[in-house]
Design a protein around this ligand. Sequence first.
Ligand SMILES: *[C@@H]1O[C@H](CO)[C@@H](O)[C@H](O)[C@H]1NC(C)=O
Ligand SMILES: *[C@@H]1O[C@H](CO)[C@@H](O)[C@H](O)[C@H]1NC(C)=O
Ligand SMILES: *[C@@H]1O[C@H](CO)[C@@H](O)[C@H](O)[C@H]1NC(C)=O
Ligand SMILES: *[C@@H]1O[C@H](CO)[C@@H](O)[C@H](O)[C@H]1NC(C)=O
Ligand SMILES: *[C@@H]1O[C@H](CO)[C@@H](O)[C@H](O)[C@H]1NC(C)=O
Ligand SMILES: *[C@@H]1O[C@H](CO)[C@@H](O)[C@H](O)[C@H]1NC(C)=O
Ligand SMILES: *[C@@H]1O[C@H](CO)[C@@H](O)[C@H](O)[C@H]1NC(C)=O
Ligand SMILES: *[C@@H]1O[C@H](CO)[C@@H](O)[C@H](O)[C@H]1NC(C)=O
Ligand SMILES: *[C@@H]1O[C@H](CO)[C@@H](O)[C@H](O)[C@H]1NC(C)=O
Ligand SMILES: *[C@@H]1O[C@H](CO)[C@@H](O)[C@H](O)[C@H]1NC(C)=O
Ligand SMILES: *[C@@H]1O[C@H](CO)[C@@H](O)[C@H](O)[C@H]1NC(C)=O
Ligand SMILES: *[C@@H]1O[C@H](CO)[C@@H](O)[C@H](O)[C@H]1NC(C)=O
Length: 455
Amino acid sequence: MERSLSILQLIALFLLPYLFSHNLANTTTDLKTDESSLLAFKSHITNDSSHTTLGKNWTTKTSVCNWVGVTCGSRHHRVIALDISYMSLEGTIPPHIGNLSFLVSLNITGNHLHGDLPEEIAHLHRLRVVDFSNNSFAGELPRTWFANMTGGLEELYLNDNSFHGTIPQEIVHLSNLRILDMGYNKLSGQIPASTLSQCSQLQALWLSDNNFSGTLPKEIGNMTQLQEFYARNNSITGTIPQEIGHLSNLRILDMGKNKLSGQILASTLSQCSQLQALWLSYNNFSGTLPKEIGNLTQLQKFYAGYNSIAGTIPQEIGHLSNLRILSMRSNKLSGQIPASTLSQCSQLQELWLSDNSFSGTLSKEIGNITQLRIFHAKVNNITGSIPREIGKLHNLQLLYLWGNNLSGSIPPEIGKLFNLEKLMLSGNKLSGWLNTLLIITVISLFDLILNLLGN
Ligand SMILES: *[C@@H]1O[C@H](CO)[C@@H](O)[C@H](O)[C@H]1NC(C)=O
Ligand SMILES: *[C@@H]1O[C@H](CO)[C@@H](O)[C@H](O)[C@H]1NC(C)=O
Ligand SMILES: *[C@@H]1O[C@H](CO)[C@@H](O)[C@H](O)[C@H]1NC(C)=O
Ligand SMILES: *[C@@H]1O[C@H](CO)[C@@H](O)[C@H](O)[C@H]1NC(C)=O
Ligand SMILES: *[C@@H]1O[C@H](CO)[C@@H](O)[C@H](O)[C@H]1NC(C)=O
Ligand SMILES: *[C@@H]1O[C@H](CO)[C@@H](O)[C@H](O)[C@H]1NC(C)=O
Ligand SMILES: *[C@@H]1O[C@H](CO)[C@@H](O)[C@H](O)[C@H]1NC(C)=O
Ligand SMILES: *[C@@H]1O[C@H](CO)[C@@H](O)[C@H](O)[C@H]1NC(C)=O
Ligand SMILES: *[C@@H]1O[C@H](CO)[C@@H](O)[C@H](O)[C@H]1NC(C)=O
Ligand SMILES: *[C@@H]1O[C@H](CO)[C@@H](O)[C@H](O)[C@H]1NC(C)=O
Ligand SMILES: *[C@@H]1O[C@H](CO)[C@@H](O)[C@H](O)[C@H]1NC(C)=O
Ligand SMILES: *[C@@H]1O[C@H](CO)[C@@H](O)[C@H](O)[C@H]1NC(C)=O
């Protein structure tokens, strides 16, 4: 008896006031907090050039829920989303932002805000999406904000600012992060793959257009949820680590414009069985293209131009039945263009093979690459005549074969390619250009350079 009484007393003394204050909360007062937070925000805007945006709209004459860019929740009647993107606002974000305690989504992209990102943001434990991209934020990444983060932030966009320094260890507190975009900043140091892999939910990671250097750490292989990884235009050296093969969900890998070297490890990459797009152009890759490239069966786009890859295109490339774009321009590839093999890639639309050392003739199987829209093979050493089967490529829009050793007459079939917009055949030993020119001009080519007389 005594025991149950004391439990009742406990409920009376502690639980009821607690329930009262939380369930029957004075929403007017709480919405007032949201209002004063947003008014504080407004007072930190130093230039609201259009004046039609916050200046005239965010006033106490109407409920904060009617303000432009503000969304209130239907249940609690509190501010749950703030979207003031692309309003040309200048100024800073005050700490009062941390009082918008029901905020789920915060989007201020496309303004000119600067200064510190207040660590009070960490108090917003309902916050899921933060988009601070395309502003004028600078300095180091907000270490203390990350460190104090209690909520379950899922998407964080800090791209297109001027953040410098390294990615801080404290980022591991954002343990629910699915999307992290830090592209277009001035971040440096090695990519902290070991740290980032502790954000175990990460699916998309953008680090392109920064100043990252060093090698790509093997711990990248621990980011098992990763589907998209962009690290384009940095100064990353060394090889792509074997551990990348552990990323069985990887769909997009962009390592273009770095200083990577060695052979392209196709057998490693082929373990990423979902890989659809692979950018390796503008690096220092050398050696040959391994035949295991044919094991990347999901591959749709393969860019490996502007490297020093030598040898021939392996036959196994014909296994890539989903391949739509193949770019190997500006390498040291040689041998005949394997038209018959490439025609097995039944989806192939773009073939960029210019500025290599391809030789031999252009075989008539080129006409079997039926989806081809772009055939760019300028500046090679292709001999023989242009096969008339080229006329089977009804989708062809661009045909660049200038700077080769082609001879014979231009097949009149070219004149029947009604989608052709750009044709360059100069710098060969072709004849019969006048007839072709007449046919072609009738179908109004936009961009035509035949200038064969100069041969
Ligand atoms: C809620 O707070 C406001 C402002 O302090 C006050 O005017 C109002 O009377 C309060 N309402 C209730 C039901 O307590
Ligand atoms: C305010 O912004 C507008 C547009 O961005 C700009 O033209 C104007 O010079 C700015 N005014 C001040 C005082 O900075
Ligand atoms: C503020 O903007 C919202 C959304 O554009 C509009 O519905 C509202 O009428 C505006 N309020 C005032 C006072 O201008
Ligand atoms: C909101 O936050 C600021 C700074 O974090 C604080 O000084 C202020 O008292 C808070 N305002 C309200 C209305 O709670
Ligand atoms: C923020 O707003 C812009 C413009 O409305 C939109 O394109 C962008 O997707 C939004 N960001 C997020 C994370 O939803
Ligand atoms: C950034 O925002 C400006 C407007 O402030 C817009 O003109 C520009 O296109 C945006 N840039 C990107 C990369 O979104
Ligand atoms: C963040 O955490 C540190 C200690 O971990 C504490 O001193 C600081 O007051 C916290 N900041 C906020 C805004 O909660
Ligand atoms: C990039 O980092 C290097 C050191 O790794 C530094 O010397 C250089 O100034 C940085 N460049 C930029 C644009 O920040
Ligand atoms: C991360 O990767 C390294 C090297 O691949 C491995 O030795 C380590 O056990 C991994 N750590 C975790 C936590 O999975
Ligand atoms: C990869 O390709 C090679 C050569 O084309 C082949 O022998 C091997 O069986 C393939 N491996 C897998 C796992 O498909
Ligand atoms: C490929 O082209 C050649 C010559 O144009 C033709 O004889 C052959 O049947 C074609 N093969 C396929 C599989 O379409
Ligand atoms: C092109 O090939 C011919 C033989 O087919 C050869 O004599 C010539 O040296 C080659 N030119 C270049 C630039 O490789």
